[in-house]
Every structure is written in structure tokens, then in C-alpha cells.
Design a protein around this ligand. Structure first.
Ligand code: FES
Length: 110
């Protein structure tokens, strides 16, 4: 499996927008925050809500509609404490938005 999969093209995702995509066998949220693109897993770790379809993006914070959990879309960190979301590396090649696999993130973890 390729380490990076093309999921969208940049004109499809304007500033402040997010979209649900499938990549590497997972459902992922891709967000445009000030023309920088971020990708995190879509399943809320609290109770499994689909953040791509039901969540709301405010600046760089992804908010779960169910119980209000708040996540940084930049890092996946849960801002109000508790388990966060897996963050995926993003590359832009031409106008293609490519999302890295979970393995890629693990191997390149800081
Ligand atoms: S399912 Fe996300 S906060 Fe409850």
C-alpha cells in the first residue's frame, strides 16, 4: 500500500472547510485551516461519533456534537483531556492533497 494516498484536490476544500475521505482503510477528516491542510481520524474516541459527518470545525478545533469533546485538528490532541485522534501526515503535490498512512505517522513520530 502506498504511504500517501491522494484524497482531494485543493480547489475542493476552501479555507475553513473540512471533508470526510477514505484513505488507508480508515475514515479521515481533512481540514483546511488558513490554507494549511490537516488530517485526523474521524471516529470520536469518546463514543464513536463520526466527526467528519457530524462534527464542526471552529478555526483549528474540531468539536464533537454529542458530548462536546474538542480536538486540535493540527495534532489530534483532545483539548479538554482524554484520548485524542490519530493525526496523519499531509503532503501537497501540485493541487493534490495526499494523506499519509498510520504506519507512516508511527515511523515519523517525534
Ligand atoms: S461521541 Fe464524541 S464526545 Fe461523545
Amino acid at each position: 500500500m502506498a504511504e500517501f494516498e491522494t484524497v482531494l484536490r485543493t480547489p475542493e476544500l476552501g479555507p475553513g472547510a473540512m471533508m470526510a475521505v477514505e484513505a488507508h482503510g480508515r475514515e479521515i477528516v481533512v481540514a483546511n485551516v488558513g490554507q494549511t491542510y490537516y488530517a485526523v481520524d474521524a471516529s470520536c474516541p469518546v463514543d464513536g461519533a463520526n466527526l467528519a459527518r457530524e462534527g464542526r470545525l471552529e478555526d483549528d478545533v474540531l468539536i464533537c456534537p454529542h458530548d462536546g469533546a474538542r480536538f486540535s485538528v493540527r495534532t489530534g490532541e483532545r483539548l479538554d483531556g482524554g484520548d485524542g485522534l490519530r493525526a496523519h501526515a499531509v503532503r501537497i503535490e501540485g493541487n493534490e492533497i495526499k494523506v499519509g498512512s498510520a504506519d507512516y505517522a508511527d515511523r515519523n513520530a517525534r
